[in-house]
Ligand binder design. Structure first.
Ligand code: IVH
Length: 693
């Protein structure tokens, strides 16, 4: 190939790469819009990731083609030293606020607007747009020919802070607008950056698990994320964005868009690629505004994000002009509040509640307070570390937050602190419900009650677990029946199941003689079980089916397990210190032992084999073997039984952790893999030699 051909080929492939790069950017922008704005993705996440990776590779090859509106550039650049000031060419005003939360307060606003517009009783109702008042922070987004060039906070309304580096990490903020907006030289879009409640809860849960500081509310979490100097920190916080208005836009005569009504602005924002709330409505007259306020108020708890009121806006933009401003508030808009979601109150006591899984939660008992539309007397404090970190004590004044269906929580102590203060909180050593020992496992933030089988708080959960198919297998004992049995006082512990009579069962709602008889027969059948199933059924924390099997095989008898030391328990494959401690704690609770005794007295019995531990030497203890091919004299099952009797485990697949592969005739890929990994390979004679050294 001649040098000119070579150059030609290069140029052509470069042109093809360029073409592909533009295509990828377009596709990625489209799919990001489907995903983030419409919440209706068209391709799987993995496909999106693949396209992104392809673009990244191309951009790495041609760094000169990287532009700020590329989807790869959401999190980019170095942390800033400080925020640069951004003057607002159109001031970012605040809105007049109506704090009377009754819907009828909207009527006064309408009356004022009519008066100021000089409308009489015979004139038609004024058209408004009513929107939720999002509880986040206002942001101005500047686009030039459809490309995001700057994002700014409101600041003092005249000058904001440049937060482009953090705002561009928000998926719902388009880096490049759709077609029609690309013709507009200057376009400033205003809206609210906020955090969804579920994202906020998940973020705080992560913080708690990491034993890090939690955020007070979604608004603070969102504002903190936007005002980060390091974009990577912001990118790790799940933020969202709603557009609700325009700022400085190229005038119509210079190629800008024209609108007559605010409603049209909202439609245009949506077309350009922004998320616009579908809760906005056109309302004719004051009564329609009041109705909207009431209706949205009823929906407020169920919304996925916090709102602190609604905003009414006069729809006609020429009328907005005419109404103008008083000081720094437009006359054409009103923020009409809802009851606050955060209030101050006093802590009367700190109780500890026990959940269905045995988790202990400290709960503040409060002087009754009206928060987010309901009276609250209890608020969660999550766990001991949280209480200590927030340093909440009895007698303190605290901020309580109740938003949506989330349980109310104490978010912080509010000064001044009482003098003297109460004692620091301390988790009880005994379960407040059943008196069993309370344990906190290393590395976990939660405290738990160890009285699993006996603790009334955990009763229903324990019974359902006990009855499940892979445990005692009591067919027909589902959650509805368990609710009835426990609530009706017929069953307190699992042992009571074996004392139920036909009459008692048949008299329950939705039960007849036949169904009651079936359940009793299933209970009767469950009496004969295996030690492994029985152990699993007890619901000991960290003892799943396979650990239960290993324990049963290793110890043979229940008594041996109940009395084994933590060291002895750790001789069992896969039982480490955490599991051993959990088993030990469980059987150290006299109540749990009592329930086991009662079950036995009721006729529950299981196969007890000889204790393998006591049966002789365990030459294969802790070893994992894989069988492949046909052995000369032993069947697969016989070989497996011999290995297990010697303390070994048989696995189905070969890995680096495999100790030996036993290969017979016609061994297949497992043998190849063993050879590849350097795992020792034995024949039957080799296996026998291992078994009896
Ligand atoms: S319109 C002149 N619409 O409320 C009117 N503002 O004090 C400009 N806000 O911090 C604002 N939801 O961020 C408008 N649907 C909405 C809003 C909204 C929340 C915030 C805004 C600002 C405050 C106004």
């Amino acid at each position: 190939m001649s040098p000119t051909d070579q150059a030609d080929l290069w140029a052509r492939s470069e042109a093809a790469d360029r073409q592909r790069l533009l295509e990828l950017r377009e596709q990625l922008a489209y799919h990001a819009w489907r995903y983030y704005v419409l919440d209706d993705p068209q391709i799987p996440d993995a496909e999106y990731d693949r396209l992104m990776e392809e673009l990244r590779v191309l951009e790495a090859r041609y760094p000169q083609w990287v532009t700020p509106d590329s989807p790869t550039q959401r999190v980019g650049g170095q942390p800033l030293q400080a925020f640069a000031p951004v003057p607002h060419r159109v001031p970012m005003l605040s809105i007049r606020t109506e704090t009377d939360t009754s819907p009828e307060a909207a009527l006064a606003f309408d009356a004022r607007i009519r008066k100021e517009l000089g409308l009489g009783p015979d004139d038609a109702p004024v058209d408004y747009v009513a929107e939720p008042k999002f509880d986040g922070l206002a942001i101005a987004l500047h686009y030039e020919h459809g490309v995001l060039v700057r994002a700014a906070t409101r600041g003092d309304g005249l000058t904001g802070e440049d937060v482009t580096h953090t705002v561009r990490t928000i998926g719902q903020v388009p880096l490049r607008l759709r077609e029609t907006a690309q013709r507009i030289p200057r376009l400033e879009v205003r809206g609210e950056v906020y955090m969804r409640r579920d994202d906020f809860e998940a973020l705080n849960e992560r913080q708690r698990q990491r034993q890090d500081k939690t955020f007070v509310n979604p608004r603070n979490a969102a504002a903190g994320a936007v005002r980060q100097l390091d974009p990577a920190v912001a990118a790790a916080r799940p933020l969202s964005f709603f557009a609700y208005g325009l700022g400085d836009v190229t005038p119509a005569e210079q190629g800008g868009p024209t609108f007559e009504r605010h409603w049209q602005v909202l439609q245009a924002l949506r077309e350009w690629g922004f998320a616009v709330t579908d809760l906005a409505e056109r309302c004719a007259g004051g009564q329609a505004l009041a109705d909207y306020h009431r209706r949205l108020g009823q929906q407020r708890d169920a919304l996925p994000f916090d709102i602190d009121g609604v905003v009414y806006k006069v729809d006609r933009l020429d009328w907005q002009q005419r109404l103008g401003f008083v000081t720094r508030e437009p006359r054409w808009a009103l923020a009409h509040k809802y009851p606050a979601q955060e209030m101050l109150t006093r802590v009367l006591a700190i109780d500890v509640q026990v959940g269905r899984t045995g988790k202990l939660t400290p709960v503040a008992k409060l002087e009754p307070v009206f928060v987010g539309g309901v009276t609250v007397t209890n608020a969660t404090l999550h766990n001991e570390d949280e209480v200590l970190r927030k340093d909440v004590r009895v007698g303190d004044t605290v901020i309580v937050r109740r938003a949506g269906d989330v349980i109310p929580e104490v978010v912080a102590v509010a000064p001044p602190l009482p003098q003297p203060r109460g004692e620091p909180f301390c988790m009880p050593a005994q379960c407040p419900v059943c008196g069993s020992a309370v344990v906190r496992e290393p590395g976990e933030v939660d405290h738990r009650c160890s009285g699993g089988l006996y603790c009334p708080a955990q009763r229903k959960q324990a019974i359902l677990h006990f009855a499940q198919r892979r445990a005692m297998d009591i067919e027909g004992l589902g959650d509805k029946l368990v609710d009835q049995l426990v609530d009706g006082g017929l069953v307190r512990t699992v042992a009571d199941l074996y004392r139920l009579g036909l009459r008692q069962l048949a008299e329950l709602p939705r039960m007849a003689d036949k169904s009651a008889g079936n359940v009793l027969a299933a209970i009767e059948r469950s009496k004969a079980t295996t030690l492994a199933r029985f152990l699993y059924a007890l619901g000991i924390r960290h003892v799943g089916e396979s650990t239960a099997r290993d324990l049963a095989r290793h110890f043979g008898r229940l008594e041996a397990i109940m009395d084994a030391s933590e060291e002895a328990l750790q001789q069992v494959p896969d039982v480490g210190p955490v599991v051993a401690r959990s088993i030990r704690t469980f059987f150290d609770q006299p109540h749990n032992r009592e329930v086991v005794e009662q079950l036995r007295a009721c006729g529950v019995h299981w196969d007890e084999g000889p204790a393998i531990a006591a049966a002789g030497p365990q030459p294969l203890a802790g070893k994992t073997l894989v069988l492949t091919g046909t052995l000369p004299t032993l069947t697969r099952e016989q070989a497996k039984a011999l290995i297990e009797a010697a303390g070994g485990r048989v696995s189905d697949s070969v890995s680096r952790k495999t100790d030996y592969v036993v290969a017979g005739q016609a061994a297949g890929s497992k043998l190849d893999k063993a050879l590849a990994l350097g795992v020792p390979v034995l024949d039957e004679a080799g296996l026998r030699a291992l078994l009896s050294p």
